[in-house]
Design a protein around this ligand. Sequence first.
Ligand code: ADP
Ligand code: ZN
Ligand code: ZN
Length: 823
Amino acid sequence: MSQLSFFDAGTPAVPWVSVLVDCPAVQGLFTYAMPPALSIGAGDILSVPFGSQCLGGIAVGFPAQLPPELTPEKVRPVDDVVVKGFFTPHFWQLLHWVADYYCTDLMTVIRMALPPGLLERSQRRIRLHGDRLPDGWETQLTGLAHPSALHIVQLLQTAKQQDYSYRYLQQQVKQAQRGLRDLLQRGWVESYLEPPKAIQPKAPKVVTLMSDQGQGSPTAKQQEVLAVLRHQSGEQWLSELCRQARCSSSVVELLAKKGYVTISQREKLRLLAQPQINRDQPQVLTPAQRQTLTHLHRLRGFQRVLLHGVTGSGKTEVYLQAIAPVLQAKKSALVLVPEIGLTPQLTDRFRARFGNKISVYHSALSNGERYDTWRQMLIDEARVVIGTRSAVFAPLPNLGLIILDEEHDSSFKQTQPAPTYHARLVAQQRAQLEDCPLILGSATPALETWQMTQASANQQPAHYLHLPERIYARPMPPVKIVDMRRELKTGNRSIFSRDLQSALENLQIGQQQAILFISRRGHSTFVSCRSCGEVLNCPHCDVSLSYHYTHEGANQLLRCHYCNYAQAQPRFCPQCQSPYLKFFGSGTQKVTQALTDEFPHLRWLRFDGDTTQRKGEHRRLLEEFRRGNADILVGTQMLTKGLDLEQVTLVGIVAADSLLNFADYRSSERAFQTLTQVAGRAGRGNDPGQVILQTYSPDHPVLEAVKAHDYQSFIAQELPQRQALNYPPYGYLVLIRLSGANAQLVEDTAQAIAVDCAAQFPTGVDILGPAPASILRVADRFRWHLLLKSPLAQRPKLDLEHLRQQCPASVSLAIDVDPLYID
Ligand code: ADP
Ligand code: ZN
Ligand code: ZN
């Protein structure tokens, strides 16, 4: 595809057009002839004949010659232009860049960037602009335009919304296409695409345990239901629960009314009612904020900025005031945030400032909502779009600023499906194309981002702006590290240390609240000894061994992700022979159960992936907590992200270990970021905060930096290690993932590709593996990985087609460029 010139503007001189056809069964480009009556530009959406069908497609280029196997007689003409200039030239270039950098088909990238189903032909509609019809329009058409034009206008006038599907017009009016072309040229009608009608999947109801204390005590029957639910680890399908507890669904519904459980429907998306927000005014900035803002206001064109501000330093207010002049200049701003869990609070603050100029755009929108937001973005000249990573492709025509808040967050990286893009890098590319500033904000910048601020050979260093203090010089909360080995030695078998117990006891109920954080990531676990703290590590690598659960009754093995070393799971600690080995992976439910047992007077709320499935549930739970309807918020990673709750004085980290010992070269960085962020939730109001961090490895070097709130000392120990081993930000990684139902075939394919890569790439490129994925079998498919590592300057260029050719049809291939997780 690279020999084509993609960015030709205007009407090309050649009569051929290359079209990317939207049909999953075929790959690649097809050549069509351009009828003289049509003007086609790159990025236009077309309809083209394909076999006996008519398909949607996108014009991607204008080849000077026909491919050798084609003769002019064989080439079929483009049927019509459906929408012109759908992509701006920069947006179009961005899509090409993503396809190229992330080693993905262009069509896959386009499909991801478009609202789903948009290219389907049935979606094309024609709307009459009645207000644009001049007086005596009939005479202007008669004799001068194709006779069908008159009929089309008359027909559209009879429609309720003055609009019909293209298909209907074709059925009703002979040669509708020819008249339509004329009407489009006059601007009297508009051709647009309608989103496919959202198909509502069947969504069974699920019951989730929410709180141990509701309004009014439960009846005996209701108590029985709660007991059954607890036994099911807090969650069960409604129908199944009723069967097990031998009750009708009305019993469960009453429990939901009282607030003990929620009943939600999985998968179903609903429109979230917009809450009423009072408008606010810009706050008077602190001197540090003002300095930062002045610097930001001076930026012109493409510039990169790292805004490094400790948690609670007032970054959001700086963003808001940085955006205001952009809107005044009639440009748009794009604000990317890690997760939906974070957006209610943040979007409220943006709405309060900018009112209906705000759009929220994320992948959990229904197709219809997504499409509506799309259209609005294309129509309005100045908007603020807040969204998660996919919003980096929001089609804002006139961008003036891009902001990534909490830029270190791993949810900015897409792992599946392709393209495996990182929103930070795409945003940088986009800012460069649009020639606008990019602000990366964080209390714990990613090492890649930190590295941007350092001088480099081929790029200007990013500006470094620092907000080292909290608003009103509020102190950072002290972090107490508690050695859980000693707790066990002194006979405390609770999951709460004595420090945490007494902090919970001393919580001033009604005025102070606590957050209990449980780290949970994937299925990958590690094993440690409860007596001596020993973590079982790989003898060949500096990573912990993972506990692999393949299937019931299989031999339990501990394995290294990096070198594939494996050993049988020991029955005794190899260090001290203690039989008390612990498999880490403590969940929120375990903690809430312990709270109920040990602190029956404290009311808790669960905040994790399970309890926030339903749309709007994040907001509801946080609102409930903010109103003081619970004393403790118990949750997972979601809690770390930007929550600004003034009453929270205590943060308890129940077990830091699964973060510290994750088998990954990034585990230290991730642990530092997560722990610092979650600690930063404490003491944001008037009462000072405190953090209690429980661990079995109190001497882990990362914990020193967390305790001191010291980013510099963390990077001072981490960067040299990365550099020594050529890991990012000093090196470049590509992960090749293979999977298939036949275990041997997948392994053999992985071996063959490794051999091929070794022959193809220079010696600087390391080939690690192939090794099985940490969860070898997922959905009955076996997964193997191959990791390529190289210095930045020697980035290997993968040829997707060549790699695909080496895969048998039953083995699928995925390429993860710059992988964040190698599991
Ligand atoms: P960050 O995003 O850096 O964690 P926030 O922007 O959430 O910090 O600010 C923390 C708190 O301080 C918020 O409640 C915010 O309303 C408040 N705040 C920010 N800037 C100011 C200011 N200039 N004056 C008073 N309060 C402020
Ligand atoms: Zn031991
Ligand atoms: Zn190893």
